[in-house]
Design a binder for this molecule. Structure first.
Ligand SMILES: [Ca+2]
Ligand SMILES: [Ca+2]
Ligand SMILES: [Ca+2]
Length: 201
């Protein structure tokens, strides 16, 4: 669980504080080689590499470090929380194209099941500094919001002020920058960054 109280790295989640790792890729290799490693943190300036297990969002506030995760043999900016791995896009895409891209990675657009998960995804979005797509829409029935993967209705919501407003028929869900990453409905054809979610095996 991530809350304001544990935004400080927990030693239990640190696998190794690897010194003198000269590249991001080498840091990734360290993570791949360590059982249970899901995220790692690399500081280009100091060439410091910290490998860690899940539930470590607090690290992202360490200055100079960026947080990465491993998918297969690829390194992507992202992190783990609970039983999920999250991957942040570098490109901006429409909601449908974003969903297809997440499919291709073996995941889906992120779906939020708890306020802790919402808080975690908000902090990831703040790191990108821009609006992101997540996996909800009301395309099937106007004003009935559902998660894409199983069609479950949203059990709770974090809407920004006066959202959803369905302005010019907005049917897709974002964490919206101008609302401090509370939720807003947006035009599904708009181009935004997106967060994929993949269950950790
Ligand atoms: Ca989720
Ligand atoms: Ca709508
Ligand atoms: Ca809206």
């Amino acid at each position: 669980m991530v809350g304001k109280d544990n935004m400080i790295p927990t030693p239990a989640n640190i696998l190794f504080d690897n010194k003198g790792i000269v590249t991001l890729a080498r840091c990734g290799d360290k993570c791949l080689a360590q059982y249970g490693c899901c995220s790692f943190f690399y500081n280009k300036l100091t060439k410091s590499c910290i490998t860690a297990t899940g539930d470590i969002s607090g690290f992202s506030s360490m200055s100079g470090y960026k947080q990465y995760t491993i998918l297969g043999t690829e390194i992507l900016q992202g992190s783990c929380f609970g039983t999920s791995q999250y991957l942040i896009s570098t490109a901006r895409k429409s909601w449908d194209t974003a969903q297809s891209s997440c499919d291709a990675l073996g995941g889906k657009l992120a779906e939020i099941q708890s306020k802790e998960e919402n808080y975690f995804l908000q902090s990831l979005s703040k790191n990108i500094g821009d609006t992101v797509w997540i996996g909800g829409s009301d395309r099937e029935i106007e004003d009935t919001w559902a998660w894409t993967e199983n069609g479950d209705l949203l059990s709770f919501t974090f809407w920004g002020e006066k959202q959803p407003n369905n302005y010019h028929d907005q049917d897709c869900l974002t964490l919206f920058k101008e609302f401090d990453f509370l939720w807003a409905d947006e035009d599904c054809d708009g181009n935004y960054h997106y967060i994929c979610e993949k269950t950790i095996q």
